[in-house]
Design a protein around this ligand. Structure first.
Ligand code: HEM
Ligand SMILES: N/C(=N/c1cccc(CO[C@@H]2CCNC2)c1)c1cccs1
Length: 359
C-alpha cells in the first residue's frame, strides 16, 4: 500500500473508532494528502498518535495482556531532540510507569523516521535489565541474554560491579554517536524474592526489577515508523519464574530451588523440575504482592485475555494472535488459550522488531 493509502486507512479507522464526525475526517484526509504530496510524509495529530499507539497494543498478536489497551498512557516526545532531554524523558517514563509499584502501562513516542533514518534510538532491549559477564573460563555472571550489550557498555566506558544483578545503563544513539547514562538507583524499583512457606528460600538471594519496558521495537502507525517508542506494562509472573530465572540459558536456578525444598533431583520422573518451577513462580508472585508491586499470575492473565476476546467480539473486530506466545510456559493447558486456535494475521498499527545496532 502507498503511504497515502496507509494514512487514509488508519485515519478513517481512527476517526470512526473515536466517533469523530465525517466532515472533519474528509478535511483531514485532504490535508494529509497535500502534506504527503509536498513533503513525502505526514504528521499525526496528538489524538491520532495516542489512539494509534493503543491500536498497536490491541493488534499485538503475541500479547496476552491486551484487555487494558485503551487505558495506556501516551507521552508525545516527538520534539525531544537534545541528548540530556532524551535521558530525562526516559527517566520520567520509568518514574511515572513505576508509580511506587502501582504500575501504569505507558508508552513514550520519540520522533519518527525521516528519510529512512532514526533521529534517536535506544539501544537497550529493555529500559531496566541486568548485565551479563562472560569470564575467560566460560563461566557467566548475571543474565546471559545481556552479554553482548554489556560488552558494548564496557566498550563505552561503563564499569559494572560484576554482580549477578547489576542494572545496565541506558545507551542511546544520536547523530550516529552512542551515549550512555546510568539510571539513578532510586528510579528502578526491584523486588527481592522470598517464599510464602519456606524461609530458607531467601538465601538464594534472588530478585528482579519491577517494570518490564521494551525499548528496542518500532511502532508503525498509518505508514509512519516511530523507531523509538519504549513501552511498559507489568509482568506476568511466569516471565520471571519460568523463563528469566529458570531457563538453562538464562539464570538456570531450578536445581538450586529444588535443593531448598530437598527434592530428589536424581531422576526426572520425580518431576523435581516441575515442582521447583511451581515453588519459584509462587515465590515471584508472593514477593511482588508483599511489596505491593503490580504483577499478574498466568491464570488471571488468561481470564483477562478471555474478557478481551469477548469485548473485541462485541466491537466486531477479529482477535488475531500467535498461539505459541499466548500460551503461558507453566500449565498452558490449564488455560482456555491452549484449547483454541488464532489467526496470526499482522494488523496495523503494530510493533515490529528492527535492526539491532550491536551484535
Ligand atoms: C499491562 C500488562 C501486560 C502484560 C501482563 C503483558 C504480557 C505479555 C507477555 C507475557 C508477553 C510475552 C513476552 C515473552 O514471552 O517474552 C507479551 C508480549 C508482548 N506484549 Fe504485552 N503485556 C502487557 C502490556 C503490554 C503493553 C502496554 C504493550 C505495548 C503497548 C504490549 C505489547 C506487547 C508486544 C509487542 C509483545 C510481543 C513482543 C515480542 O514480539 O518480542 N504489552 N506481553
Ligand atoms: N510483561 C511484558 N513482557 C514482555 C513483553 C514484550 C516482550 C518481552 C520480552 O521479549 C523478549 C524478546 C523475545 N522474548 C523475550 C516481555 C511487557 C513488557 C512491556 C510491556 S508489557
Amino acid at each position: 500500500m502507498s503511504l497515502q493509502e496507509q494514512a487514509a486507512s488508519f485515519i478513517s479507522t481512527c476517526y470512526q473508532e473515536l466517533g469523530i464526525d465525517a466532515t472533519t475526517l474528509g478535511d483531514r484526509l485532504q490535508q494529509v494528502k497535500v502534506e504527503i504530496e509536498e513533503t513525502g510524509t505526514y504528521t499525526h495529530t496528538y489524538e491520532e498518535l495516542v489512539h494509534g499507539a493503543k491500536m498497536a497494543w490491541r493488534n499485538s498478536n503475541k500479547c496476552i495482556g491486551r484487555l487494558f489497551w485503551e487505558t495506556m498512557n501516551v507521552f508525545d516526545a516527538r520534539e525531544v531532540k537534545e541528548e540530556s532531554e532524551v535521558f530525562n524523558t526516559l527517566k520520567n517514563h520509568m518514574t511515572f510507569a513505576t508509580n511506587e509499584g502501582r504500575i501504569r502501562p505507558t508508552i513514550t513516542v520519540f520522533a519518527p523516521e525521516k528519510d529512512g533514518k532514526a533521529p534517536v534510538r535506544v539501544i537497550n532491549h529493555q529500559l531496566a535489565r541486568y548485565a551479563g559477564y562472560e569470564h575467560p573460563d566460560g563461566t557467566v555472571i548475571g543474565d546471559p541474554d545481556s552479554i553482548a550489550f554489556t560488552k558494548l557498555c564496557q566498550d563505552l566506558g561503563w564499569q559494572g560491579k560484576g554482580s549477578a544483578f547489576d542494572l545496565l545503563p541506558i545507551v542511546i544513539k544520536l547523530d550516529s554517536t552512542l551515549v550512555l547514562q546510568e539510571f539513578e538507583s532510586d528510579i528502578v524499583l526491584e523486588v527481592p524474592f522470598e517464599h510464602p512457606e519456606e524461609p530458607s528460600f531467601k538465601e538464594l538471594d534472588l530478585k528482579w526489577y519491577a517494570v518490564p519496558a521494551i525499548s528496542d521495537m518500532q511502532l508503525e502507525i498509518g505508514g509512519i515508523t516511530y523507531p523509538t517508542a519504549p513501552f511498559n506494562g507489568w509482568y506476568m509472573g511466569t516471565e520471571i519464574g519460568a523463563r528469566n530465572l529458570a531457563d538453562s540459558f538464562r539464570y538456570d536456578k531450578l536445581k538450586e530451588v529444588a535443593e531448598v525444598f530437598h527434592l530428589d533431583t536424581s531422576k526426572t520422573s520425580a518431576l523435581w523440575k516441575d515442582r521447583a518451577l511451581v515453588e519459584l513462580n509462587r515465590a515471584v508472585l508472593h514477593s511482588f504482592q508483599e511489596n505491593r508491586v503490580s504483577i499478574v499470575d498466568h491464570h488471571t492473565a488468561a481470564e483477562q485475555f478471555r474478557k478481551f476476546q469477548q469485548r473485541e467480539e462485541r466491537a466486531e473486530r477479529e482477535v488475531t494472535g500467535d498461539w505459541t506466545w499466548l500460551i503461558p510456559p507453566v500449565s498452558p493447558a490449564a488455560t482456555h488459550i491452549f484449547h483454541q486456535g488464532f489467526k496470526n494475521e499482522e494488523k496495523s498499527p503494530n510493533f515490529f522488531y528492527q535492526d539491532k545496532l550491536y551484535d
